[in-house]
Ligand binder design. Structure first.
Ligand code: BGC
Length: 748
């Protein structure tokens, strides 16, 4: 057993589980009383009833079809039912007509809001504002719980470094530290401080490695080493589990040949034995059955055996447990103790959520909670903070006084469904405020709308109507990007340029000679380098959700100063994939060598230098991680640390003067990066270790101090141990991952 640093929130610590050679505290505090009740209930259950608890079905819309299975105790959980009356009916049959009356756990993918839709998770990460993200998750829980949903399949914590992968939209991007903070925030938001009757259980997913799909093609194999898993992929999961996440989902992928749904190293050694996870593990949708397609088992019986013995508690939609576990137990291939443990984990979550006492929802109250004004307000604020200003030649903010005619154009200007983004089953487009709607409201009679392209993929060779309208306008607002359908699950792309004729539209608008603001809404960082010269300013809004329109108008007009930061590296071209800021260093770092256009016909093989870069795309991205402009300017000066050398259990206090040197009030996001110069393994050139948001008035300065525990510099080294390796370090405080000068210190 490896020694792990244990930093658990006090509330989550009470009971211990004794699996493995060392006692590990459980991450789910159910209390001794509940554990007793679980044991008593378990003692009454038949094997079939136990196995029924391990079965989850997608039961949306049709209670009668499942009534018999519910009565027989063959269903532990349902997903995809959102109607409160039907949820109550499902629950009533289960609680009142089944022998033991164990309530159902009702799940749904509430990924970035329920009815009130928030920015996609990648946009949430761009806020660098965990408190606000937590508030948003609380809103999502309030709306969903009011309808009877007590379990969401969120947060998705898959580190994603390949924007071709459509599910990058659903996570926090490329960085483990940022991802971990977002994951903890969502867990707290969904579940509340202490899980109970008003909580929606969080489900951290997809465990593990799913975001590293080869080639960015969804569901594809991954080949992550244990070190890579432990140092990059798993830390956000560990953080969210230790923040008290009640459930976890296995991933679709096979890593180095082992499908996650049968990976006992992940599910037992790490999750249960090292982290002490006390909640329930569910498969992804039919991921147990898909092990047959992987070629990891011949039939459903075999994969059910593999999954149960690996530590899966609940089967989502394979029905492998329901059909085969009883037989597998009787033949001794799965021990009944394995089943008991799984059922304990499931019942624990049901008890902790207060389902036994409060199985029903107040149908009459549900509607009034949806789209509450305070919810829309939080969604608007979150959308505002998620928007990243990528370019501004001074055009923004617009001054309303001088505007008589605004041309609004582009396929995303009035796309109420698409600005909600992927996984917004329940957000209704009738409630969405698009940029067009918000602009018309703010500037009655001044907005001319000529879409140019009605959807992003449309091909057009001439834009005479749009250009004519642009000539008559004072300013052109172009809303470009990709519809919701172009990102998300199973929606990977191989080309990341603006799709269809959107770049041509922007070029035509630029040629019309009027000031142009391009706003991009997308599920991923698109390769927009060629579009930047064709606009005076560019905002990147991901898919901003229900209140995206008002949020964008507030930013365009300067009521809100943009503060979003790139949660993922923006590439110049898709051929640079993967490119991320916290890479390790080659033995031949790029040194400013010649690019293709500087190479003469007679250049020889070694005349270019021998370093690591692309002849045609260089060594750098378009925008680094953590990047985003503001209408004002910020400087970081007099960066000092309180000591030259720290013990491994010390705390680094870094102080700096942050100044707003521009003309507008604004919010800066100071980011602290470190580099461990020499290690038992080559170490990333930079790693984010702290960030915060600081609001400063125009002309104001402030002296700030951030604290970094030295223990946060620990990593899993060559000896397979997690520890801080003494030696020399660099530390930066800057506005993004590519700026600033380091200070140095050592750890002894
Ligand atoms: C996805 C999960 C999701 C589940 C249930 C799967 O296809 O991979 O993320 O939670 O479906 O809808």
């Amino acid at each position: 057993m490896r020694a792990m640093r244990i930093l658990l929130p006090a509330l989550v610590l009470v009971m211990t589980v004794s699996c493995g050679p060392r006692e590990v505290r459980s991450t789910v505090n159910a209390g001794a009383d509940v554990e007793r009740q679980i044991d008593q209930l378990l003692a009454k259950m038949t094997l079939a009833e136990k196995i029924g608890q391990m079965n989850q079905v997608s039961a949306g819309g049709d209670v009668s079809r499942y009534a018999e299975s519910l009565r027989n105790g063959q269903v532990g959980s349902i997903l995809n039912e959102v109607d409160p009356a039907r949820i109550n009916e499902f629950q009533r049959i289960t609680v009142e007509e089944s022998r033991l009356g164990i309530p159902l756990l009702v799940g749904r993918d509430v990924i970035h809001g329920f009815h009130t839709v928030f920015p996609i998770p990648l946009g949430l990460a761009a806020t660098f504002d965990p408190e606000l993200v937590e508030e948003g998750a609380r809103v999502a829980a309030a709306e969903a719980v009011a309808q009877g949903i007590r379990w969401t399949f969120s947060p998705m914590l898959d580190i994603a470094r390949d924007p071709r992968w459509g599910r990058m939209a659903e996570g926090s991007g490329e960085d483990p530290w940022l991802d971990a903070r977002m994951g903890e925030a969502m867990v707290r938001g969904y579940q509340g401080e202490v899980p109970g009757p008003s909580s929606m259980a969080a489900c951290v997913k997809h465990f593990a490695g799913y975001g590293a799909a080869e080639g960015g093609r969804d569901y594809n194999s991954t080949f992550l080493t244990e070190r890579q898993l432990r140092n990059v992929i798993l830390p956000p999961f560990e953080a969210a589990v230790k923040a008290g996440a009640l459930t976890l989902m296995t991933s679709f992928n096979d890593n180095d040949g082992i499908p996650s749904t049968a990976n006992s190293f992940l599910l037992k050694d790490i999750l249960r034995n090292e982290w002490g996870f006390g909640g329930l593990v569910v498969t992804d949708w039919n991921s147990m059955g898909e092990m047959i397609a992987h070629g990891f088992g011949t039939d459903r019986k075999e994969v059910a055996r593999l999954a149960a013995n690996a530590g899966v508690d609940m089967d989502m939609m394979t029905f492998g447990f329901l059909s085969h576990l009883e037989e597998l137990v009787r033949s001794g291939q799965v021990k009944e103790a394995v089943i008991d443990e799984a059922v304990r984990n499931i019942l624990r979550v049901k008890f902790v959520l207060g389902l036994f006492e409060h199985p029903y929802v107040d149908e009459a109250a549900a509607a009034s909670v949806q789209y509450a004004p305070a919810h829309l307000e939080t969604a608007r604020k979150t959308a505002e903070e998620s928007v990243i200003l990528l370019k501004n030649d001074g055009l923004l903010p617009l001054s309303s006084g001088r505007i008589r005619t605004i041309l609004v154009t582009g396929p995303m200007a009035d796309a109420p469904h698409d600005q909600l983004g992927t996984w917004s089953f329940d957000g209704e487009k009738s409630h969405t405020v698009t940029p067009l709607k918000a602009l018309q409201e703010r500037f009655p009679g001044k907005v001319v709308y000529v879409p140019g392209l009605t959807y992003s993929r449309q091909q057009r060779s001439r834009f005479d109507d749009v250009v004519a309208a642009a000539r008559r306008a004072d300013v052109v607002l172009a809303f470009l990007g990709e519809e919701a359908i172009l990102s998300g699950e199973a929606h990977s792309l191989a080309d990341l340029n603006l799709i269809g004729s959107q770049s041509e539209l922007l070029a035509a608008l630029k040629a019309a000679g009027k000031p142009v603001v391009a706003t991009v809404m997308a599920g991923r960082p698109l390769t927009i380098e060629r579009d930047l010269p064709n606009c005076n300013a560019m905002l990147y809004a991901f898919h901003p959700g229900t209140m995206g329109g008002p949020a964008l108008v507030n930013i365009l007009m300067g009521d809100v100063n943009p503060s979003g930061k790139t949660p993922v590296t923006f590439l110049r071209t898709v051929g640079q994939v993967p490119m991320y800021y916290s890479h390790t260093m080659t033995g031949r770092p790029y040194n400013g060598e010649t690019l293709l256009d500087g190479i003469g016909p007679e250049a020889g093989q070694t005349s270019l230098g021998n370093t690591s870069y692309y002849l045609d795309a260089g060594a750098y991205p378009l925008f680094p991680f953590g990047y985003g402009l503001s209408y004002t300017d910020f400087t970081f000066e007099d960066i000092t640390i309180d000591q030259d050398s720290y013990p491994v259990d010390g705390t680094i206090r870094v102080s700096y003067t942050l100044s707003n040197t521009g003309r507008y009030d604004g919010t800066a996001v100071p980011q602290v990066y470190i580099r461990d110069l020499v290690g038992s393994l080559t170490r990333p050139v930079k790693e984010l270790k702290h960030f915060r948001r600081v609001r400063l008035g125009a002309g104001e300065s402030i002296r700030l101090t951030d604290e970094i525990p030295v223990s946060d510099l620990a990593f899993w080294g060559a000896d397979g141990q997690k520890k801080v390796e003494p030696g020399e370090f660099q530390l930066w405080v800057a506005g993004d991952s590519a700026s600033g000068d380091p200070v140095t210190f050592s750890v002894r």
